[in-house]
Every structure is written in C-alpha cells, then in structure tokens.
Design a binder for this molecule. Structure first.
Ligand SMILES: CC(C)(COP(=O)(O)OP(=O)(O)OC[C@H]1O[C@@H](n2cnc3c(N)ncnc32)[C@H](O)[C@@H]1OP(=O)(O)O)[C@@H](O)C(=O)NCCC(=O)NCCS
Length: 263
C-alpha cells in the first residue's frame, strides 16, 4: 500500500518530472513535494534523485510515521495508548497463540524477529495498546490498529480524499476475551477517529469464519459491505471467504447512543 509523503527541500528542483509528486514553491525559498510513494525502495529512489540534483533535504514527513494516537484515551475499564517498542514482548506472547494467530496474517516464531518488526516506525505509529487497570497494575490486554489511508477518488480529487479513511484492526489476549474489552476499546477508537481525527469512513476486514471478530464489527455498528467468496488463502490450505465492513461518520453520528450499544 502506498503512503503519502511530504518532502521539503531547499530551492526548487529543476527537473519537473517527479513521477506523480506535486511540487509547490514556498515563500521561504524552499519547495514541498507531496504525493504517494509505493514503498521504501521508491522513497529511496526519490531521495537519491533529489540528492543527485543538488537539493538539500530539510524535512521528510509521512502521516504513516506519526502516531495515530497522540496520547492516552480512557474508557470505563480501559486505557488506549500509543504503542512503544517495549510492548513487543507482551504482544508477541498472545499473538503467537494458535487461537489468535489462526485469524491473523502471521507472526514470526522468534520473538527477537517480532521485536524488530514491531519497532518499525510505521507499524508502531498505527498500533494502539489496550490496557486494563492503571499505573503499576496496568495489564496489556490487547492491541488495536488504526491505519489511515486515502479514499478512492477520480483524478483531480486526490487532495480531498487523502487520509480521509482508516482501516481498523483488533486483537485481544485470550486470557482477557469474553469481557467486552474489544467492543469497548473499538467503540472508543471509532469515536476518536470520527470526532478527533475527522475521518469520514472506517473499514475492517476479516475471514468470514472469524465469528468473534465479525461480532465485534456488528456490535460497534459497522455495516457489512462485501462478502468475498473463497478469495483468501488460509495457512490451513483452504481458500476462505472474507468479509469487509464499513462505517461512515454520518452513520455513526446518526446512530450514536443507539447503534452498536447493545451487546
Ligand atoms: C476478535 C476478538 C478481539 C474478540 O474478542 P471478544 O472477547 O470476543 O470480544 P469482546 O471483548 O468485545 O467481548 C465480547 C464478548 O464478551 C461478552 N461479555 C462478557 N461480559 C461483558 C461485558 N461486561 N460487556 C460486554 N460484553 C461482555 C459478550 O457477550 C461477548 O460474547 P459473545 O461474542 O460470545 O457474544 C478476539 O476473539 C481475538 O482477539 N481473536 C483473535 C484475533 C482476531 O481474530 N482479530 C481480528 C482479526 S480480523
């Protein structure tokens, strides 16, 4: 998936063809290049070209590298806080369990490899840790994801669609499942996404057979948008159905206080 980058350089690049990046001169003599960059390889290629053209890099910013959550959020029983690299050990301990891993993309069996993956700034930025209790008695019960992405748009509308939606994800330690913690945490994340981040659409995906996750989606008021038939290859070797759920800010506001409040 591509990521939107903002690159500020001294001066104005002479070459006008920056494969899709828009270039805007600033009043202070710097220029800002903005646009979608597919992956690290493409980013390095852009930075190398800028360097070769004699441009001085002043600032490199990606929304994907800024934590989606600036500070903690609290619910009746839980705290949602930005993940830090040290959370990797607690998270690996439950994500490696078969009952959890069976529904996820997968996890390395070596905790050190996981720790290195988890410390990737882009991953940390979109990961939110869910804790029960506070202070020294706080226990990590699960983790959430809020990955901001661009809405689809026609040519010329990309600026308005940029960063307008997000994909949500959730995982609970089995030791803490069955108490409504996922639903409580996801409800707060949805409120944060719409009220504080100003997003207009949230999406979530799951294997169709992942009943517990589908129930979370429906409890928080998300609407099933897609049921894909045998589109996803599970590591059991079976091609499984998958489902996609969505929720628009106006739907959430209209139903706030009623939609998704029942267990
Ligand atoms: C998906 C997942 C987070 C759901 O966890 P969960 O504990 O079932 O969900 P909640 O925390 O919202 O708890 C809801 C359950 O607790 C029960 N519950 C008990 N006490 C409750 C309370 N005080 N308040 C609300 N619900 C309560 C609810 O009845 C509900 O049970 P039900 O689904 O059998 O009806 C969990 O199964 C998981 O981590 N799975 C593995 C990873 C995964 O699949 N992630 C999603 C990938 S798409």
């Amino acid at each position: 998936m591509s990521t939107t980058y903002t690159i500020r350089i001294a001066g104005l690049p002479l070459d006008e063809n920056w494969s899709g990046l828009t270039i805007a001169p600033n009043h202070d003599g710097t220029s800002t290049l903005t646009g979608e960059i597919r992956d690290q390889a493409e980013l390095h290629a852009v930075l190398a070209r800028l360097h070769e053209s004699g441009a001085t890099l002043m600032e490199l910013h990606s929304a994907a590298l800024s934590p989606v959550l600036a500070g903690p959020l609290r619910t009746a029983r839980l705290t949602l806080r930005p993940a830090v690299a040290d959370d990797a050990t607690a998270i690996w301990a439950y994500r490696r369990l078969d009952s959890v891993d069976q529904w996820l993309t997968g996890i390395p069996s070596d905790p050190d490899v996981f720790r290195a993956m988890f410390a990737d700034p882009a991953r940390l930025a979109r990961t939110i840790v869910v804790e029960h209790g506070s202070g020294a008695r706080a226990t990590v019960v699960g983790d959430l994801m809020l990955r901001r992405e661009d809405g689809w748009s026609q040519l010329g509308m990309a600026d308005e669609a940029r960063g307008s939606q997000a994909e949500l994800g959730w995982v609970l330690d089995p030791a803490h499942q069955g108490h409504g913690y996922a639903t409580e945490a996801v409800r707060e994340l949805i409120r944060y996404a719409f009220d504080d981040l100003g997003l207009r659409r949230l999406v979530a995906n799951a294997f169709h057979d992942n009943d517990a996750s589908v129930r979370v989606m429906e409890r928080v008021g998300m609407r099933r948008e897609v049921h894909m038939v045998r589109d996803s290859l599970h590591r059991s070797g079976r091609w499984m159905d998958s489902v996609a759920y969505g929720l628009l800010d106006d739907e959430w506001r209209a139903g706030h206080g009623s939609v998704g409040e029942s267990r």
